[in-house]
Design a protein around this ligand. Structure first.
Ligand SMILES: Cc1cc2nc3c(=O)[nH]c(=O)nc-3n(C[C@H](O)[C@H](O)[C@H](O)COP(=O)(O)OP(=O)(O)OC[C@H]3O[C@@H](n4cnc5c(N)ncnc54)[C@H](O)[C@@H]3O)c2cc1C
Length: 476
């Protein structure tokens, strides 16, 4: 890669004058962790990682970048699955990390809102809400590292979308540093506010291409009083969807998560992740994790769960099931699901497809996509899992046993095309919750071309005319 000096000579000195020594990393070993994505698909290069301590500092740095036309890569927890938060390879970009924007500015138990800075991890935000008897109803497996800014920038979905929607549905207000370095303070906490275009929703899901989110007002809900979790063995995705329908009919408002896993995916977790245990003895090709919660005291949720499962067993939909009897058992069941990505990483090379189809089409989609991949590459191991209660399947494919991992990854395009061909037949989306990042801009052209993409490009040109915000991501 060319090792060119892209910045004006005094650029880094000017940055240092704004953020101080603590806010500027230039030593290659300190910069290195910010340059590679979680999946290790990309290894970028940059001479500087800038870590402002507050919104004013961040805005001043962006102003400096705008003056010198220095491209910026915003970065939160760097857990993007699509390489969205790493710079390119030619050292021309700076990384602006939000990891020092750590203040919880306000929690209001009447408004049920949390006003929080972008660098707080999702887990820390959940804990701050829990301390005051509230729940931030967004949960993703990477929540210990993913930061609020990143979560909003990609419109993360996760386990509770079935009940509370995506990150987008939880945002009432935003504070954003725009590409010219000005600050838009839209930190309103209003449930009703029809005053022109809804600007905050432009920045949610824009993956850092329109500005840097520095703080947000998020909706909270009351902490649940009762939680019931079960792991159910089912013979097929049809049975899983049948069970979903039953839970919806019995008490849709309590259904908090409905997750599909395969027997193979669980075996990978048991093999690679310490302290994991399979509580269900009956072996079936698929398993469902169902979580119900309620704020109603003594609502009898466990009984409802038990009855629904008993009936489903009588009707041959469920082969076996275990209901968690303690917090520890609940956590153990959830661990089987949450460690799926990590276990697949340790098993070998895997190609990920974060797709969605209408819920009713999930069984046919899984069957046809698995067949198509097997026809493309005999021995490829399909490990679909995910949030089927909202139609989102991570249709991941593990390399055939004994095949070369690098060779397998080189087939990524062909494998993704094969899966997407089936997604298209079922009117689905090629990116349900992970976004576009650096991995999929060419697909955006193919899937959202015409008026839709033209409009996106006009919005980008209007807000970031110099194109310095996360270039090469999202838009082709
Ligand atoms: C093990 C694992 C499990 C995951 N599970 C889920 C899941 O269930 N659901 C889900 O939706 N995702 C999931 N993800 C993907 C990822 O964790 C989420 O996309 C997460 O929301 C990203 O947050 P982050 O802080 O790490 O963002 P980063 O990876 O740092 O950045 C993501 C994108 O947002 C931009 N960005 C970051 N911060 C800001 C900001 N403050 N302002 C503007 N742009 C910004 C970056 O430039 C980049 O384009 C998972 C990832 C892993 C590794």
């Amino acid at each position: 890669m060319p090792d060119r000096q892209p910045f004006p000579p005094d650029f880094l000195d000017s940055v240092r004058a704004i953020v101080g020594e603590r806010g500027l990393l230039t030593d290659p070993s300190s910069v290195a962790p910010y340059l590679e994505d979680w999946r290790r698909l990309y290894k970028g290069s940059s001479q500087a990682v800038i870590r402002p301590a507050n919104t004013a500092e961040l805005a001043a740095v962006v102003r400096l970048c705008a003056q010198s036309r220095t491209p910026i890569v915003p970065q939160g927890g760097n857990t993007s699955m699509v390489g969205g938060a790493v710079p390119n390879e030619d050292s021309s970009e700076v990384v602006i990390s939000t990891s020092r924007l750590l203040r919880i500015r306000d929690l209001d138990e009447v408004d049920m809102t949390l006003t929080i800075e972008a660098g707080v991890t999702l887990k820390a935000a959940q804990m701050a809400a829990a301390e005051r008897g509230c729940l931030l109803p967004l949960s993703i497996s990477s929540e210990g590292s993913a930061q609020i800014g990143g979560v909003l920038a990609v419109n993360a979905g996760g386990n509770n979308t079935v009940r509370y929607g995506n990150a987008r549905d939880l945002v009432l207000g935003l504070e954003v540093v725009l590409p010219d370095g000005s600050i838009w303070n839209g930190l309103r906490r209003l449930r009703k506010d029809n005053t022109g275009y809804c600007l905050r929703q432009l920045f949610v899901g824009a993956e850092g291409t329109l500005g840097i989110i520095t703080a947000a007002v998020l909706k909270l809900v009351p902490q649940p009083k009762e939680v019931a979790v079960a792991l159910c063995a089912v013979g097929s995705p049809e049975a899983a969807i049948g069970l979903f329908k039953r839970f919806q009919m019995s008490d849709a408002s309590s259904l908090n998560a409905f997750e599909l896993m395969t027997g193979l995916g669980i075996r990978f977790v048991l093999k690679h992740i310490p302290d994991t245990l399979m509580p269900v003895e009956t072996q079936t090709p698929y398993y469902v994790l169902v979580e119900m919660t309620t704020t109603r005291p003594e609502a009898g949720l466990r009984l409802l769960l038990e009855k629904t499962l008993e009936q489903a067993m009588e009707d041959g939909i469920v082969a076996d099931a275990v209901i968690a009897e303690s917090d520890a058992q609940r956590a153990a069941i959830w661990k089987l699901r949450e460690e799926h990505s990590e276990a697949q990483k340790r098993e070998g090379a895997s190609i990920k497809n974060d797709v969605s189809v209408p819920i009713s089409k999930i069984p046919a989609f899984i069957q046809e996509a698995a067949q198509a991949c097997e026809a493309l590459m005999p021995g490829i191991r399909a490990v679909p899992f995910g949030h089927i209660g909202d139609g989102n399947i991570h249709f991941n494919l593990e390399q055939p046993v004994d095949c070369d991992g690098a060779w397998f990854l080189a087939q990524g395009e062909a494998v993704m095309d094969t899966v997407n061909e089936v997604v298209r037949r079922f009117d689905g989306s090629f990116s349900a919750e992970h976004g576009i990042g650096r991995l999929k801009p060419h697909m955006l052209e193919e899937w959202r071309g015409g008026a839709e993409l033209a409009l996106m490009k006009q919005i980008k040109a209007a807000i970031d005319p110099a194109g310095i915000m996360n270039p090469g991501k999202v838009l082709p």
